[in-house]
Design a protein around this ligand. Structure first.
Ligand code: CTP
Ligand code: CA
Length: 228
């Protein structure tokens, strides 16, 4: 419920939020990306700032206004997002909502690719893995309280719990994106938050703004005692 949200919960804390998609260049006019709108991440940044935190929002390309009292750093690619996050460290709380492209073209072409001469049938694009920003920050010595988002279309809680373990997180937010009313470009969301002892907290479908307030309230509870 929104009542658990009180201003001042995160006073004195530095919160780092990643948001939006990343964009990985194929050539100067083409790129690989995804449908992330950035809305959930911007709502989380706003909620953290309203709770009194100093907030750094590292955002991929999105069409959203910067929330009040939030320091925004714009980036394009996953590698730029990682560098911007590293520059923003240390932080007390990391909330990784960004839909980071898992792969990028190995070597973006210097000039616009031409279809001729080439194969009439098609073309192959060689991709390489991008760095995992969340996993990388969560394994540092100055590791923050680390919160990931798992957008899944199947096996939601199992896959989310696997990411919590593999990335060494404190909390993972499981997000069912097979349901289009709470999916990528939606105004609403519904989430299940899983902690390291497999305890689950569910927040029913409501505006992304309210979900963000609830999530910030829950993170505050975890920071102030071991269990909510
Ligand atoms: N994440 C990240 N850097 C990446 C990939 C993911 O920081 N290169 C973060 C996301 O911001 C999110 C969490 O990791 O908080 C889970 O992202 P997701 O794409 O669901 O998981 P992956 O580990 O990439 O696994 P897969 O896409 O194969 O399901
Ligand atoms: Ca991924």
């Amino acid at each position: 419920a929104a009542e658990c949200f009180e201003s001042g919960l995160l006073t004195g804390k530095h919160v780092l939020v990643t948001a939006g998609p990343t964009r990985e260049a194929i050539d100067p006019v083409r790129y690989i990306t995804n449908h992330s709108s950035g809305k959930m991440g911007f709502a989380v940044a706003r909620a953290a700032a309203e709770a009194g935190a100093r907030v750094t929002l590292v955002s991929g390309p999105v069409q959203l206004a910067t929330p009040e009292r939030v320091d925004r750093i714009n980036v394009t690619s996953a590698r730029e997002m990682l560098l911007a996050c590293e520059s923003a460290m240390p932080c007390d709380i990391l909330i990784a909502t960004a839909a980071v492209a898992d792969f990028r073209p190995e070597l973006p072409a210097e000039h616009k690719l031409k279809k001729d001469p080439g194969s009439a049938d098609g073309m192959l694009l060689q991709l390489v893995r991008n760095p995992d920003i969340l996993a990388s920050l969560a394994q540092r010595n100055d590791r923050p309280f680390s919160v990931g988002f798992a957008a899944e279309t199947q096996h939601l809680l199992d896959y989310a719990a696997g990411k919590l373990r593999d990335k060494n997180l404190d909390l993972i937010v499981a997000n069912d994106v097979s349901n289009s009313s709470i999916g990528f470009d939606s105004e609403e969301n519904a989430i299940t938050v899983i902690d390291r002892s497999h305890r689950q907290t569910h927040f029913a479908q409501t505006s992304k703004s309210k979900i963000a307030n609830q999530l910030i309230g829950l993170i505050h509870q975890y920071l102030n005692k071991d269990e909510p």
